[in-house]
Design a protein around this ligand. Structure first.
Ligand code: ATP
Ligand code: MN
Length: 467
């Protein structure tokens, strides 16, 4: 058995009459008087291979093990299929079962299993239609993201996962420590605090799992010009929402000699190209998502790919919202952060295509965003898309040393901790910009899946670290 053996995906391109072998797991089995039908899948494509087994070819003992979930190799010949669901099928001349799956026990055979149940059997769900499609699309999207940046000369960098600076204040952090041990007590497992001085901790000071690679990415952009990260980030947010994970993957490009305009152009090109590339690469998966998961999928994705994004300032958007006459759950007013109902109204109802909002009040954005002359707003941008609202957040960064220092002090942040970040402004500073995109949020958008737990193999959320 060689890893280079043919995938089922490739068998569909073989001419009738070709002799071949097909490896995979049985999805379903059906019997008639003269033949047995097996639907076989190896995850290489959405389309199952139909295998036709003439009565009498296999012993009763082997036939009995050809049940849902069993892994098997069929040898045979490609023939034109009289059925409507597939162009070709495999007429079997032999079979070898590698691993049977007792039909009385195999968990993944119920039709119409709920997403919640499938999460409980996360180790098996990749064999089904939905999760096969989700993870093929996840793979295609990751590849498309790398290609997008590589074609444009961006350097892929890896920023630290463990960090000692709560740099961005982007969210609650997980602490990393070796000072806490475990002990078995009569009440069960208990934490044991060995030492209390942070100086004695592993890194000699309190350290955390990173919430973003941005600040470190900025340091490398101011040397390599264009860089991007694509890695795991962590947030100890105690929210059980369908859009938040404690561990998720983030894409963060950063560009030197670049203003907010360039940043908006990159974000727009990025979404268009990644979505178009993935749709082209996984047409059958998208047909499935559009039919079974989200009926407006093609419509909204084609919209993103084909229409120019509208660009508005936050102030203009707030005026539109105030004049809308809609009754929103959360009130709108200049200075408040927009909620996703507001974002969706803007992009779906008011503008009818994706919108990039810029120049937000500085109070609701991070300290590092470049201040405008009005003294009230910063060069922030959020990209809003129909059906989901915010999908990308970014900004032009403050490159002026005095302005940045003043803002850090004004916010009461520990200025000593930012010494290296400030050095970038002290020596060879340059206008620069970048954005962050949550990879799982993008995947929810392009697959139509409703819960972020269902676009990552194993989700990390409050109370859940299974598998
Ligand atoms: P939200 O308001 O949705 O919590 P945020 O403003 O905290 O998002 P940022 O700090 O701007 O998000 O992070 C950049 C991107 O990371 C977001 O646009 C989003 O796509 C993604 N993201 C943020 N928090 C999470 C999370 N807990 N799980 C998954 N993705 C997330
Ligand atoms: Mn958040």
């Amino acid at each position: 058995m060689d890893y280079r053996r043919t995938y089922l995906r490739d068998l569909f391109n073989l001419a009738p009459g070709s002799k071949t072998s097909a490896y995979g797991w049985i999805k379903t089995r059906r019997d008639s008087k003269t033949v047995h039908f097996v639907q076989l899948s190896d995850g290489s494509t959405f389309q199952d291979l139909q295998v036709v087994i003439p009565e009498g070819l296999l012993s009763e003992a082997v036939l009995k093990t050809l049940t849902t979930g069993a892994s098997v190799r069929f040898d045979g010949e490609i023939v034109q299929s009289p059925g409507e669901n597939q162009p070709i099928e495999l007429l079997a001349s032999g079979a070898e079962v590698y691993g049977p799956a007792d039909p009385a026990e195999y968990p993944l055979q119920k039709k119409g299993a709920t997403m919640e149940f499938l999460r409980e059997i996360g180790h098996l769900r990749g064999r089904g239609n939905t999760f096969g499609a989700v993870f093929r699309v996840r793979n295609a999207a990751a590849d498309a993201i790398h290609q997008f940046f590589q074609k444009r000369g961006f350097n892929y960098i890896n920023t630290p996962i463990i960090t000692a600076s709560d740099a961005e204040g982007a969210g609650a952090m997980f602490q990393v420590t070796t000072l806490v041990g475990h002990e078995e007590t009569k009440d069960g497992l208990r934490y044991k605090l060995d030492k209390t001085d942070p100086a004695e901790d592993f890194f000699g000071k309190p350290s955390y799992l990173t919430v973003s690679g941005q600040l470190e990415a900025e340091t490398l952009a101011l040397g390599l010009t264009n860089v991007y990260t694509f890695g795991p980030t962590f947030r100890a947010e105690n929210s059980n929402s369908a859009r938040h994970l404690a561990e998720f993957w983030m894409v963060e490009p950063e560009m030197a000699f670049c203003s907010l305009e360039g940043n908006m152009n990159l974000a727009e090109e990025f979404l268009k190209e990644v979505i178009a590339t993935v749709m082209e690469r996984c047409p059958k998966d998208f047909e499935f998502f559009n039919q079974r998961i989200e009926p407006t999928l093609f419509e909204t994705l084609n919209h993103v790919v084909n229409s120019p994004f509208e660009r508005l300032t936050y102030t203009e958007a707030v005026k539109m919202l105030e004049a809308s006459g809609e009754s929103f759950e959360f009130p709108v007013g200049w200075g408040t952060d927009l909620q996703s109902e507001h974002e969706r109204w803007l992009t779906e109802k008011k503008v009818g295509r994706p919108v990039i909002l810029t120049d937000y009040p500085k109070e609701i954005k991070a300290f590092y965003m470049r201040q405008n002359e009005d003294g009230k707003t910063v060069r922030a941008m959020d990209v809003l898309a129909p059906r989901i609202g915010e999908i990308i957040g970014g900004s032009q960064r403050e490159e002026r040393l005095d302005v940045l220092e003043a803002r850090i002090k004004e916010l009461g942040l520990p200025i000593e901790a930012y010494w290296w970040y400030l050095d970038l402004r002290r020596y060879g500073s340059v206008p620069h910009a970048g954005f962050g995109l949550g990879f799982e949020r993008l995947l929810m958008y392009i697959t139509g899946m409703k819960n972020i737990r269902d676009v990552i193999p194993y989700h990390r959320t409050p109370g859940s670290a299974e598998f």
